[in-house]
Each structure stands twice: as structure tokens, then as C-alpha cells.
Write a protein that binds this ligand. Structure first.
Ligand SMILES: Cc1ncc(COP(=O)(O)O)c(C=O)c1O
Length: 400
């Protein structure tokens, strides 16, 4: 009889759910949120007193930082939302009209799939779902071949939140344009890539980019960024209408970005934290943390590969992926595995479909209730990753 899992002596939290939201944040992020709440304490654009001016300056500075990060033509291309889903809904519902055709993939997250499914089910649009291979990657040829003369939108994920695999999107826009489909807009869901991978929206011809501010950008929950190329901005109707803190005498919603998409009070504490998060990423400390994240991801990948009874989804080499790993452990349900990892070792992972049901059909992980996902963060330590490898090894051996 086995002795059962070895309980750790100290139960320090090992957080490996950074694909859901990054934690911890850099200290400067907590301080910036606190400062915005305690000291600035004003509503952006509402009034002219000095705290309002400071709030506005901070928001505009953050807009500029996001623009610079993705090489947007100007900061006017950047609007703030409340999470990735919010910015995706703004773009998808704002752009599409009756009769439009959309190309997307089976790799997508529900925040892309559900708006599209809703519009498809209500007869507004037609959707083509491009399949993925055994690594959970779609093929660029399949996407390009699916584009038709009435394709208004190609909406694709940059990095899968299930497999961590980087998708082949670099030449997409130029190939679509070359085939003559000049009205087709390219939306990139950069939820799992922004902050982790370099993104140049002009180089890849991305018309719309949506991302949370609370994952790779290290900002607080409640933040999201929407990039819309200025040539395309007029084509997207706002989702929310209301006060924008600009000219209140005008009875209609502003038509210029970012005001057009930013009705209602902005999340100043969140944006202040996002500002500090991006500053951290650009700092020497941030670059070192990023390097740490890459080497710990490699360590975890190698460790998982060395354990019998483990199946790892996605590309086998780190250069084709980020530090998000979906695994199955033979003989144990992924939800039970997540529960044991948490209760015995205080290792926090996520089990299930990860809001991306279609990819699990392709990977044949749907029947088993999905996968166990471990997502490495910038501030994990080598010791934490080694403990995790040992714990998963014990779990796997106990169930072989
Ligand atoms: C690929 C992908 N897209 C969109 C989202 C939605 O982001 P949010 O949770 O900020 O709404 C997520 C969140 O996990 C994601 O992984």
C-alpha cells in the first residue's frame, strides 16, 4: 500500500493559474491602484480641477503606453474596456451587420464564440469555423481559403488559452488582401499573448486587437484594451452609449475614438495599475522577470515530459508556445487532480474546458471533462515549479 501523497511542510500558495489572471502583480501596480483611489480620487474627464486633470493625464499616458507596446499609429486607436470579453463584444457586435460572413476557428475562447454563435443563431451572420490540428493550431491556408467575397471579419486567437500554442497569424492579412477581399477586417484576440509576445499591429495588418489588461500586461482585474485601426473605426458602432466627459451638450454619441467606445466613468484605479504594469514590463526588472518566466516554462515542460502517464497538449517545443500547459494524467479526472493539488500541495491550477469547448472536441479531451491547466507567471520560483513537477509525478504514479 502507498503512503499517500506527501503533504508539503509549508503551504505557501503556488499560483499556476496565470492564464486566468496574473498574480501577484508587481508592487508598483498595487501602489498605483492605491494612489488612484486614495490620492487622485476623481472621475476622469468630469470637471477641470487638478485631480481630474491628473486622472486624465494618467489615462492618456496609459493609452500612449499601450499604443507604443503594439506599435499603433496613435494613442487615439486605443480604448479602455473592462476585460477581454468586453472589448471583444464591442468589436464583434459593433462591426457585424446582417448578411455578413465571418471566419473564425475551433480554437477560440467563448468570448469570441458566443457573440458569433448568438449572431449566427439569430440569423444575422454566417460563420465558418476553421478546424485545428492535433496541436490545437489552425492552418493559415484553411483560414485564407475560407474567406469569401462577403467575409466581413476574420476573428482569430493569437495564443490558445488551452494549449498555449502560438497560432500562425503573421501573413494572414496580406494574404487576404492579396486575394482581393479588401472589406475583410482582421480581429486578433491577444488575451494570452499581449505582454508575453511582441505584437506589431501595423506589421501584421491587424485591424482590431482585443486583450484584457489583467493577464500578461499585469494590470488589475477590471481592465481591457481595444485597439482599432483609425481607417476602420468608423465601421464599428459603440455597444454602450452615454456620458463621455467630453462635450455634454451634444445629444448624440461621439463618433471619434476613444470617446465613442468609452461611455460611463472609466476604471481609473484599474488603468493606473495597468500603467504601472506596462511600465514594469518595459523595465530591466520586467525583462528579467520575463526571462524567468521563459526558463520556468521550459523547466515545467521538461518536467512534465519526463513523467509517465501524462499527456501534454499543444506544441512540444517552447519556441512555439507560451507557458500555458494543458495536461491529462492517466487514471485521474482533471477536476480531482486540481482538487488534490490544491488541498495537498496548495498548488493552484485550473481544470475543465477553460471556456473553449470546440478545441476539446478536436483534441479529444471533451469526454474526460477537459484538461488540467498549469499556467506559469512572471513571479513563480524555480522551487515552486520543481514542487509542482514532483507533486504531479506522485499523482501520476499513484494512478498508473
Ligand atoms: C483567449 C482568451 N480570450 C478572451 C478571454 C477573455 O478575457 P477576460 O477574462 O478578461 O474577459 C480569455 C480569458 O481567459 C482568453 O483566454
Amino acid at each position: 500500500m502507498g503512503t499517500g501523497p506527501t503533504k508539503r511542510m509549508t503551504m505557501e500558495r503556488i499560483y499556476l493559474d496565470n492564464a486566468a489572471t496574473s498574480w501577484p502583480k508587481p508592487e508598483s501596480v498595487y501602489q498605483a491602484v492605491d494612489h488612484a483611489q486614495r490620492v487622485i480620487g476623481a472621475a476622469v474627464g468630469r470637471g477641470n480641477y487638478k485631480n481630474v486633470v491628473e486622472a486624465l493625464r494618467l489615462v492618456e499616458n496609459t493609452r500612449g503606453q499601450v499604443a507604443q507596446l503594439i506599435n499603433a499609429a496613435s494613442r487615439q486607436c486605443i480604448s479602455f474596456g473592462f476585460n477581454g470579453t468586453d472589448t471583444l463584444s464591442t468589436a464583434i457586435f459593433g462591426l457585424l451587420k446582417p448578411g455578413d460572413h465571418v471566419v473564425t476557428s475551433t480554437v477560440e475562447h467563448n468570448s469570441v464564440l458566443r457573440p458569433l454563435k448568438h449572431l449566427e443563431a439569430t440569423g444575422v451572420i454566417e460563420v465558418t469555423y476553421v478546424p485545428c490540428d492535433q496541436y490545437g493550431c489552425f492552418a493559415i491556408d484553411d483560414v485564407v481559403n475560407a474567406v469569401k467575397s462577403d467575409t466581413r471579419l476574420v476573428a482569430l486567437i493569437h495564443v490558445s488559452n488551452v494549449t498555449g500554442s502560438i497560432q500562425p497569424i503573421d501573413d494572414l492579412k496580406s494574404r487576404i488582401s492579396k486575394s482581393g477581399n479588401l472589406q475583410t477586417r482582421f480581429l486578433l484576440d491577444a488575451a494570452q499573448s499581449l505582454g508575453h509576445l511582441a505584437i506589431d499591429v501595423q506589421a501584421i495588418g491587424c485591424d482590431i486587437l482585443c486583450a484584457p489588461g489583467h493577464k500578461g500586461l499585469l494590470g488589475p482585474l477590471g481592465t481591457g484594451v481595444l485597439y482599432v485601426n483609425q481607417d476602420v473605426a468608423d465601421e464599428i458602432q459603440p455597444l454602450r452609449f452615454g456620458g463621455t466627459g467630453t462635450d455634454g451638450s451634444v445629444e448624440f454619441q461621439p463618433t471619434e475614438t476613444p470617446d465613442k467606445f468609452e461611455s460611463g466613468n472609466l476604471n481609473l484605479p484599474g488603468i493606473a495599475g495597468l500603467n504601472a504594469g506596462i511600465q514594469f514590463l518595459n523595465s530591466e526588472q520586467g525583462k528579467a522577470a520575463h526571462k524567468n518566466w521563459r526558463s520556468l516554462s521550459q523547466l515545467l515542460l521538461d518536467g512534465l515530459l519526463s513523467i509517465d502517464g501524462i499527456t501534454i497538449q499543444g506544441k512540444p517545443t517552447l519556441q512555439d508556445r507560451v507557458g500555458v500547459f494543458s495536461i491529462s494524467i492517466a487514471g485521474i479526472d482533471c477536476r480531482d487532480a486540481a482538487g488534490i493539488l490544491d488541498s495537498t500541495w496548495s498548488i493552484q491550477t485550473r481544470a475543465g474546458l477553460h471556456c473553449a469547448p470546440m478545441i476539446h472536441r478536436a483534441l479529444e479531451t471533451e469526454q474526460q471533462g477537459g484538461t488540467l491547466r498549469l499556467s506559469v507567471g512572471l513571479f513563480n520560483s524555480e522551487e515552486q515549479i520543481k514542487t509542482t513537477i514532483d507533486a504531479i509525478g506522485e499523482l501520476a504514479r499513484a494512478n498508473l
